[in-house]
Design a protein around this ligand. Structure first.
Ligand SMILES: Cc1cc2nc3c(=O)[nH]c(=O)nc-3n(C[C@H](O)[C@H](O)[C@H](O)COP(=O)(O)OP(=O)(O)OC[C@H]3O[C@@H](n4cnc5c(N)ncnc54)[C@H](O)[C@@H]3O)c2cc1C
Length: 412
């Protein structure tokens, strides 16, 4: 899960030894924030997940397209072409896609055009194309690769709308309201995709586990000697990253602290929350089908620089290349934030998610995704500036090992 680490991982990454809890071996001291136990009853049971390295089916590596000021949504004139940018959504592209598309399509509509070119077929390009069709436009997508081969499908696919989306100071005072508009619009649109065959969009119970009371471990304070984005051109500590979750907490299910009686895991501290997630296979297939059914066309084409836009018949272009804008549009404000997802076979009898000891697991119908989040407590800084887009098997082994040990304690 691409998460707000300050909220979820700070409590779940653990440096110490295992702490057992009543009913699972030894009896630890009762931690201060443990809620009162409920009357004795059967402990809730979850089917353990087969998280083992020898079950690995795939390792996917992706670069989050991060910009300190938030996604680029402005309009540029290149010769007689109007280019409306829609890229730079950091770790929040799936979550904010519909709201971001609504903004850029509004800008396209203001030109009174009835046909647009969309560059890119990741989640941002596809949702922009569909939104333009819904506004009555003819749309052609020009792209180097189709959705299954984009960076988008190398993500993990959860509702994480303010994960590495911007830095608080560079984003300024007006961005939070824009972010809120995108987040609310996306959330509402996603609700239309719930309950469909194949569950393209679904909810999961996600458990946040910790060996220590929540809030005990927090990110280290900023080191003044390291500077910050303003002095170095790169974020230097997790406190610089924007945190906008409170703006929409009226519509998002909040996490609940579990009592011992409610906690299905052999770990002393647990929270649970209902999380929206995206099944890439079913959802991607549905979006492409909707696009074709509405008369959309896709042309496989690679652009090498803005001058290539002359070759397009459309005068209005929505530009959605993701991190690739760093090279083909020469946008050096994009900062890569590396992330790796490791995939195990789907396990349909155990569809839930867990964060524990700096790693995340999400069991979806298209596979069990395991991801290293933060083993060292540096929070949002993990992967910042790292453009190494190759698989790291040791990282996969460490993350999967955390869950193998956890589920072994549950008899898995
Ligand atoms: C490990 C990881 C986990 C993540 N988890 C989540 C999550 O849980 N929730 C969430 O909301 N977000 C998540 N994200 C972020 C999300 O994946 C991205 O924000 C999103 O995929 C960006 O989509 P995009 O369409 O802009 O870019 P891309 O997916 O990169 O698509 C770009 C498109 O442009 C095309 N293109 C590029 N260059 C050219 C060119 N020169 N000529 C023609 N076409 C070109 C490509 O072929 C592609 O079709 C995660 C990211 C990572 C790395």
């Amino acid at each position: 899960m691409d998460v707000k680490r300050r909220h979820l991982v700070a409590g779940s990454f653990a440096l110490g030894a295992l702490a057992a809890r009543p009913g699972w071996g030894t009896t630890p001291d009762k931690p201060a924030d443990t809620p009162p136990s409920h009357p004795a009853g059967p402990r809730p049971k979850l089917v353990p997940i087969r998280a083992q390295l020898d079950q690995l089916t795939d390792i996917k590596v992706c670069l989050r397209p991060f910009r300190a000021t938030g996604p680029r949504l402005d309009v540029e004139k290149i010769g007689d072409k109007t280019v409306i940018h829609n890229y730079g959504h950091g770790g929040s592209g799936w979550s904010l896609s519909w709201g971001s598309a609504e903004i850029v399509v509004g800008k396209a509509a203001s030109t009174l055009t009835n046909s647009v070119a969309v560059i890119g077929c990741g989640v941002i390009g596809l949702t922009s194309a569909l939104t333009a069709q819904r506004a009555g436009m003819n749309v052609t997508i020009y792209t180097k690769a189709l959705l299954p081969h984009t960076r988008s499908v190398r993500a993990n696919g959860s509702w994480t709308p303010d994960s590495r989306i911007a830095l608080t100071k560079p984003a300024g005072d007006s961005f939070p309201a824009l972010w809120e508009q995108m987040a609310r619009y996306s959330w509402k649109t996603y609700r239309d995709y719930l309950g469909l065959p194949g569950n393209p969009i679904d909810f999961r119970d996600h458990y946040i586990l910790s060996d220590h009371p929540f809030g005990e471990h927090t990110a280290p304070p900023p080191d003044p000697a390291a500077g910050d984005y303003a002095s170095t051109g790169k974020p230097q500590n997790t406190a610089e990253f924007a945190d906008y979750g409170d703006l929409i907490k009226d519509i998002i299910p909040q996490s609940v602290l579990l009592s011992d009686a409610e906690n299905p895991f052999p770990v002393p501290h647990a929270k649970r929350r209902a999380t929206m997630m995206f099944n890439f296979g079913a959802y991607g297939h549905l979006l492409l089908s909707e696009f074709y059914q509405a008369g959309g066309k896709i042309v496989i084409k690679e652009f090498h620089g803005p001058a290539d836009l002359k070759t397009l018949k459309e005068d209005v272009i929505i530009n959605c290349p993701g991190y690739a804008a760093h090279d083909w549009w020469q946008d050096k404000t994009l900062i890569p934030v590396r992330g790796q997802t490791n995939w195990l076979p789907p396990q349909h009898d155990a569809l839930y998610g867990v964060n524990y000891r700096g790693a995340s697991l999400l069991s979806k119908t298209d596979g069990v995704m395991v991801q290293a989040l933060d083993f060292t407590g540096i929070g949002e800084m993990v992967g910042v500036g790292n453009s190494f887009e190759h698989a790291d098997r040791a990282e996969a082994a460490k993350a999967i090992g955390i869950f193998e040990e956890l589920f072994a304690r549950m008899g898995g």
